[in-house]
Design a binder for this molecule. Structure first.
Ligand SMILES: [Zn+2]
Length: 300
């Protein structure tokens, strides 16, 4: 049995994972107080959830083989830098290793999700794969000859921060015109709620996808078309760079399987003269949806 820890911008989830199966989960949202001292709150909440999951399943730490963390932001040598969590080079790996006396693996959440899809999911039977995680942000990973590509410095594969628009919208990273400012689900939600003049705070991804984009289809058509156009450009750039056999969409965009937006995107990508070579990759969504990160965190 393994433990996967999903460290998010607003909450922490801990899951009991066996192979590709997520057996049991517990989670907790950060409180206002947690935010004041987020570094200590992270380890305190992880410890609380980890003990809870062990007790509720009659297990002890001795029953746990691997503990892995799926983290937002950049992970380098176990140290996390995340704008969302407001932490810089936070050495979570050392802190957890001291607490549990076990080897801890920490990877960017997009990479964890990609590993789960590569080992057990939709990319299982392919060697050259690109995984694009689209949710609050946009990130991903690539496999060549079945191997995850990992640079020595930093995480790399910051797909979301490729410049797509000259002098475009300012990004959280400080640059302007980044891919994710135009193609994250967060940016799509912001645009659509602005057009409809409604508050975006309590709008869930599901409500956006199944209600707003359907009911107000005509009013938000331009926003949707722009989203598809920018996404098509970004994805076709990735196709030209990596020549993948398959592209898998993860994060909340994985729930767009069968949705007109994803169907249209695939149709656009498959048109002539959108990529250098005319042989297009297969385009699919993540089998494990939003659980891919926590499952992938436990893969060595
Ligand atoms: Zn950026």
């Amino acid at each position: 049995m393994n433990l996967g820890i999903d460290l998010g911008g607003s909450h922490i989830g801990v899951g009991l994972v066996e192979g590709s199966e997520l057996k049991y989960t517990v989670d907790k949202f950060f409180s206002q107080d947690d935010r004041k001292d987020i570094e200590n709150a992270i380890v305190r909440n992880i410890d609380e959830l980890l003990n809870k999951i062990l007790v509720e399943n009659n297990l002890t730490l001795d029953n746990i083989k691997t503990i892995g963390v799926a983290s937002p932001g950049t992970v380098s040598d176990g140290k996390i830098t995340s704008g969302n969590l407001k932490i810089r080079e936070y050495d979570l790996k050392s802190r957890l290793e001291k607490m549990y006396n076990k080897k801890i693996t920490i990877r960017n959440d997009g990479k964890c999700a990609a590993l789960a899809e590569k080992k057990y999911g939709s990319m299982k039977n392919y060697d050259d794969c690109v995984f694009v995680n689209i949710g609050t942000g946009l990130g991903g990973a690539a496999f060549m000859g079945g191997k995850l590509l990992e640079p020595k410095r930093y995480s790399g594969f910051e797909f979301g921060h490729m410049t797509l628009v000259k002098d475009g919208i300012e990004c959280t990273c400080g640059k302007k015109g980044c891919f994710e400012r135009y193609c994250s689900i967060k940016s799509l939600k912001e645009r659509i709620t602005k057009t409809l003049n409604i508050d975006s705070t309590d709008i869930s991804g599901q409500f956006l996808r199944e209600n707003l984009m359907v009911k107000y289809h005509d009013e938000v058509q331009n926003d949707i078309n722009d989203f598809i156009d920018y996404l098509r450009i970004g994805i076709c750039n990735l196709i030209d760079i990596f020549e993948p056999e398959i592209i898998c969409f993860g994060g909340s965009f994985s729930y767009y399987e069968g949705h007109p937006v994803l169907n249209k995107l695939i149709e656009e990508i498959n048109k002539q003269n959108t990529t250098f070579n005319d042989t297009k990759p297969k385009i699919v969504t993540a089998v494990f949806k939003n659980d891919a990160g926590i499952i992938g965190a436990t893969i060595d």
